[in-house]
Design a protein around this ligand. Structure first.
Ligand code: F6P
Length: 343
């Protein structure tokens, strides 16, 4: 059996741990030959490959990023893209593909599987917004990075009596903001799922100063005020048609409004890609490793069109389509738990 492996979409810590587990079990236990496709779907599209044996995966467990490279290439947006993938897989003698990715990469995997290509999916994203899995790897690392930043910002905010707005990633889901904000003791957490009132945010800021502490506000990059204002700096869309929310400026905009309405000094810290870089946490290394092992088992069983997923503490298989049919977002109940600490 020849098994192709690719990583697509935004990178995240833990990708190398999955690749290592696939190779160690696939080659070591099942006698497969693994072949790496470079840069997401661009790999099978343009025949960009690398060898992927035991030697290539030695020492990569703690390394962030992906040794295979990644891209946001959408083969369905390329003329003759699907035929090119089919031909290249055939020419290379690849019997099955393991696609490691988020909503977009796995959306492509779903469609290719429907067209008869043998695909198994592995969910990754720092955003944790994939349906049908309790957690994706990369999320825990991103949350810990953001939490550490918030811990550090508390002391400098208090020294200067400033409001600090910390903008985190997450696209259209508020998971990173919610978890990092709760773990870091933020005074306000704003998420895309719940439009916020600027007046209420300013009231929280003022009440925090009244108790002689300085407020830390965590704002998800996709959060929006409840008034129809032109907050967005249009950053265009990616190959999958998603608005580029990173750096659209919600944090900066909010800090400006706080200064205007309360008169206190407000600054913004955009954590950006720092949340995606560096070594994975132990939780992400273990989850990623288990996903890799179970993905190889799905290949061995010929269980095409499935994605490995975390349910409780167990790894299960779910249809790829279930993972991508809708986004997993923060519920109002969960958000109201965090609201107890606002102000
Ligand atoms: O999906 C992961 C993510 O980091 C999002 O949180 C963010 O909106 C986006 O990717 C940024 O994408 P890029 O690295 O292409 O700017």
């Amino acid at each position: 059996m020849r098994v192709g492996v690719l990583t697509g979409g935004g990178d995240c810590p833990g990708l190398n741990a999955v690749i290592r587990a696939i190779v160690r079990k696939g080659v070591g236990m099942y006698g497969y030959e693994c072949i790496g496709f470079r840069d997401g779907w661009k790999g099978p599209l343009e025949n960009r490959t690398m060898s992927l044996g035991i030697a290539e995966v030695r020492g990569i467990l703690p390394r962030g990023g992906t040794i295979l490279g990644s891209s946001r290439t959408n083969p369905f947006k390329v003329d003759g893209g699907v035929d090119a993938i089919r031909q290249n897989l055939h020419a290379l003698g690849v019997d099955a593909l393991i696609a490691i990715g988020g909503e977009d990469t796995l959306g492509v995997a779903t469609r290719l599987n429907e067209l008869g290509i043998n695909v198994v999916g592995v969910p990754k994203t720092i955003d944790n917004d994939l349906n049908a899995t309790d957690y994706t790897f990369g999320f825990d690392t991103a949350v810990n990075i953001a939490m550490e930043a918030i811990d550090r910002l508390h002391t400098t905010a208090e020294s200067h009596h400033r409001a600090l707005v910390v903008e985190v990633m997450g696209r259209n889901a508020g998971w990173i903001a919610l978890h990092a904000g709760l773990a870091g003791g933020a005074n306000v957490i704003l998420i895309p799922e719940v439009p916020f009132s600027v007046d209420r945010v300013c009231a929280y800021v003022e009440s925090r100063f009244q108790s002689h502490y300085a407020p830390i506000l965590v704002v998800a990059e996709g959060a929006t005020p409840d008034v129809a204002e032109d907050v967005l700096v249009d950053q265009g869309t990616d190959a999958f048609g998603h608005a580029r929310l990173a750096q659209r400026g919600i944090g900066e905009w909010l800090a400006g409004r706080i200064e205007l309405q309360t008169g206190v000094e407000a600054r913004t810290i955009v954590l950006g890609h720092i949340q995606r870089g560096g070594t994975p946490t132990a939780f992400d290394r273990v989850l990623a490793t288990r996903f890799g092992l179970h993905a190889v088992d799905a290949v061995q069983d010929g269980d095409w069109g499935m994605m490995v997923a975390l349910r409780g503490t167990g790894i299960v298989r779910v249809p790829l389509a279930a993972a991508t049919e809708k986004l997993k977002t923060v519920s109002p109940e969960l958000y109201s738990e965090a609201e107890v600490f606002f102000g």
